[in-house]
Write a protein of this length. Structure first.
Length: 337
């Protein structure tokens, strides 16, 4: 059976329904777009994050959650672990640069009240998620970019640092020798941290932060700075985050789509699968890149799904602290995007 047929069978939906591709086509029951409130006891606290390095980020976030702290504080402190780690080559300090050798960072954060903040194309600041939170809490805006974001960070007391480590510089120099200065989509080891948490008070928040695609064009901004694309939180419903080829996530407004599907009654798992399906339907070249989604609903249920094999994620709740492999659409072993 083809992957597509298997996928459709798994979701229990009909081919005409999938072809319509409208949200309403997925067995939305009755006229109401609001999901029936489930009467289960919520699992909480819960924190989930992307990729292997997310495990230590979860450990950090868990300290806050277990102590009864806020989901917002948990995700902000959690994602700073890979941001500050020079050995993580895809987030913050130590991130691989653009094709001109500049490390440029994208981050966003969203809280339980629907407030959001983000920075994009930010250079020289090791923990961009902290700046994103300040944009959210201290300015009347949602997003600051480039020099303006850097000036704002400096005014708030951040130091400008050189984020290009010797290791990242060496890899860039190696890349330059035969890359013909072409931005590359098929690049390995370039993973964003997306994290979402539900705290003991039943509130949801999320954060997402990255140095973006390696060898990208100077000035390129990915999904990780875009509220609705790589991150969306609706405290009534749930939250979602994304990793992978940001262009594909932005063009389908992935995280927002997942939250809206959950609003219509889909489980986090079903919602992630439908959002991946949307990308596959819209991108004839979807075999050549990776996107992975994570979702968490108000009940503490989680979901994860990716286009390709190899999307690792982490789930911490009162019963487990686990690193897991997401189900995926294609059986091919292409860990690239
Ligand atoms: C981007 N979404 O800049 C990021 C890269 C990423 O896993 O998530 N990689 O497009």
């Amino acid at each position: 059976m083809s992957s597509r047929r298997k996928f459709i069978k798994k979701l229990g939906i009909t081919l005409p329904a999938i072809t319509l591709l409208g949200v309403q086509a997925y067995e939305v029951k009755g006229a109401s777009i609001l999901a029936e409130k489930k009467k289960t006891t919520p699992i909480k606290p819960v924190v989930i994050s992307t990729w292997k390095f997310g495990f230590s980020a979860n450990e950090k976030a868990w300290e806050t959650l277990e102590a009864g702290g806020k989901a917002l504080d948990a995700v902000e402190s959690g994602v700073q672990v890979p941001e500050s780690d020079p050995n993580v080559s895809s987030v913050g300090f130590g991130g691989l640069p653009d094709r001109d050798g500049n490390v440029t960072l994208d981050s966003c954060i969203m809280d339980e009240t629907g407030n959001a903040g983000s920075v994009a194309f930010l250079q020289g600041i090791k923990n961009p998620i902290r700046v994103a939170r300040m944009v959210m809490e201290k300015t009347p805006h949602v997003m600051l970019v480039g020099k303006g974001a850097q000036d704002y960070a400096v005014a708030e007391g951040f130091e400008i640092e050189d984020l290009l480590t010797d290791k990242a510089r060496t890899r860039w120099e190696e890349w330059k020798t035969d890359a013909n200065y072409k931005p590359e989509i098929n690049v390995e080891d370039h993973d964003t941290i997306g994290m979402i948490a539900l705290d003991k008070h039943g509130n949801l928040s999320g954060a997402c932060t990255t140095s973006g695609l390696a060898w990208k064009m100077h000035g390129r901004v990915g999904d990780s700075a875009i509220i609705g694309a790589a991150l969306f939180v609706d405290n009534e419903i749930g939250a979602a985050t994304a990793t992978g080829k940001g262009e594909a996530v932005m063009k389908t407004v992935g995280a927002f789509l997942i939250v809206e599907l959950m609003r219509q009654g889909k489980s986090p798992q079903e919602a992630c699968e439908l959002a991946v399906q949307r990308i596959i339907e819209k991108n004839p070249d979807s075999k050549n890149f990776q996107v992975g989604y994570l979702a968490l609903n108000k009940e503490g249920q989680t979901g994860a799904y990716s286009i390709q094999k190899g999307f690792t994620y982490n789930v911490f709740d009162p019963n487990k602290k686990e690193q897991m492999q997401a189900d995926h659409y294609y059986e091919t072993d292409v860990r690239s995007y």
